[in-house]
Design a protein around this ligand. Structure first.
Ligand code: SF4
Ligand code: SF4
Length: 68
């Protein structure tokens, strides 16, 4: 199902820690706390849902190279 593997990165200047991305991630690969956003690579299935769900476009992806 997944094409390319990637890492999800947050733009701290845009993110207001609403938790929306964490709420839609099917594998709980994102944790949003009161003061920080965290991505858990091992849980990510590269569905891209979080990126499209963020209301302020704070998330982008960076290709993982050399990892299978
Ligand atoms: S949905 Fe966007 S603004 Fe909300 S916590 Fe996630 S990255 Fe931050
Ligand atoms: S790409 Fe999918 S699995 Fe990975 S963090 Fe975003 S919503 Fe979760």
């Amino acid at each position: 199902m997944a094409g390319k593997k990637f890492r999800v990165v947050v733009n701290d200047d845009k993110c207001y820690l609403c938790g929306g991305c964490a709420g839609v991630c099917p594998t709980l690969a994102i944790e949003v706390g009161a003061s920080k956003w965290r991505f858990i690579q091992e849980k990510c299935i590269f569905c891209n849902i979080c990126v499209t769900a963020c209301p302020v476009g704070a998330l982008t992806t960076v290709p993982l190279e050399g990892e299978e």
